[in-house]
Ligand binder design. Structure first.
Ligand code: NAI
Length: 339
């Protein structure tokens, strides 16, 4: 079987880490038909828009995309393509697993998964200024939009993920003591869903500030964390920090019919084009994609090869204190994947 996948190499280090990742995916022996599309700065250059229609149509038709990072201007300029893709394809679940790869750092044996709601909450962009006197921006108001259906589907996704991946506990993170409605509804809907899984998957909840502290003090008490958009955004970076930073943090954005896989990091313009980029996070994202495509054995092989290259064989890119170039790392991982 050949898997049709949309490929967006992206900007900055995107093309380098994408080439490295394709090299590893092809070493699995699985057949892919890549539909390569431009977006971000490359989309602007080639087609005058950051998210050209052919890229959207391709993702709609394949249902799966592997994506490099895209440059988003700060302040004025085009809207984030990543947010636009989330909305276009209703990519409601943002999945970010973090796992200890390099031993001897602050924490050992970390193996956590963040399931973040990706389309609601404070990030819906419902905000405005209120003028007072001659100050047009005297007050800023932002509205969090939280729906019962949105809460139920993300919590159900977390439980189904836990069941499928042999996880034991789902922790719902909220701030229902203060945000009695926006966070209260999330907790209420989440508790109702949790009852459906009683006896199969454990469930508890934590207030977000306590969760942030507990992640630093005793991260091993968590397994799968499910939370709303902004808390998930912040806590998932904290979790990436527990295992050595962005170079090792993969991600997936999953919707009812579509999924887009990408590393958590950005375009790293400071090192682009120099063979210094660490492609591990994108390779681990590709492993999540293999899992989604039901290629579980290959997913495991890619993940193992990345981990063993770093942990056992000491093949380290510059960000991890080594000398290996992007393509040297890819060659090593590909060789291990071939076995
Ligand atoms: P960044 O993640 O690109 O870089 C932060 C630091 O981490 C830099 O020093 C960079 O060299 C380093 N770094 C990141 N990935 C690395 C890798 N794979 N190997 C080695 N070092 C790595 O974040 P920054 O600088 O805030 O953003 C740069 C651009 O990326 C912006 O235009 C931003 O909008 C975009 N961005 C895109 C994302 C996406 O498309 N998913 C996500 C985050 C940022």
């Amino acid at each position: 079987m050949t898997h049709r996948v949309t490929l967006i190499p992206g900007d900055g280090i995107g093309p380098e880490i994408t080439a490295a990742t394709i090299h590893v995916l092809e070493a699995t022996g699985i057949r892919f038909s890549w539909d390569q599309q431009a977006a971000g700065a490359e989309g602007m250059e080639r087609r005058g828009e950051p998210l050209p229609d052919p890229a959207i149509e391709s993702i709609r038709s394949t249902g799966v995309a592997l994506k490099g990072p895209l440059a988003t201007p700060v302040g004025p300029g085009h809207r984030s393509v990543n947010v636009a893709l989330r909305m276009e394809f209703d990519l409601f679940a943002n999945l970010r697993p973090v796992k200890t790869i390099i031993p001897g750092r602050c924490y050992e044996d970390i193996d956590l998964v963040m399931v973040r709601e990706n389309t609601e909450g404070l990030y819906v962009g419902v905000e405005h200024f209120v003028a007072i006197g001659d100050d047009p921006r005297a007050v800023a108001e932002s509205t969090a939009v939280v729906t019962r259906l949105g809460c139920e589907r993300i919590v159900r996704y977390a439980f189904e993920y836990a069941l499928e991946h042999g996880r034991k506990l789902v922790t719902l993170v909220h701030k229902a003591n203060i945000l009695k409605m926006a966070s209260g509804l999330f907790l209420e809907a989440g508790r109702a869903v949790a009852r459906e899984y009683e006896g199969r998957i454990g469930f508890n909840d934590r207030i977000v500030d306590n969760a942030a502290m507990q992640l630093v003090l005793h991260p091993q008490q968590f397994d799968v964390i499910v939370t709303t958009n902004m808390f998930g955004d912040i806590l998932s970076d904290e979790m990436a920090g527990l295992v050595g930073g962005l170079g090792l943090a993969p991600g997936a954005n999953i919707g009812p019919k579509t999924a887009i896989f990408e590393a958590v990091h950005g375009t790293a313009p400071d090192i682009a084009g120099r063979g210094l980029a660490n492609p591990a996070a994108m390779m681990l994202s590709a492993s999540l994609m293999l899992d989604y495509l039901d290629e579980h054995e290959a997913a495991e092989r890619v993940q193992d090869a990345v981990i063993r290259s770093i942990r056992d064989d000491d093949v380290l890119t510059h960000d991890l204190g080594g000398e290996a170039t992007t393509s040297e790392f890819a060659d090593h991982v590909a060789k291990m994947v071939r076995g």
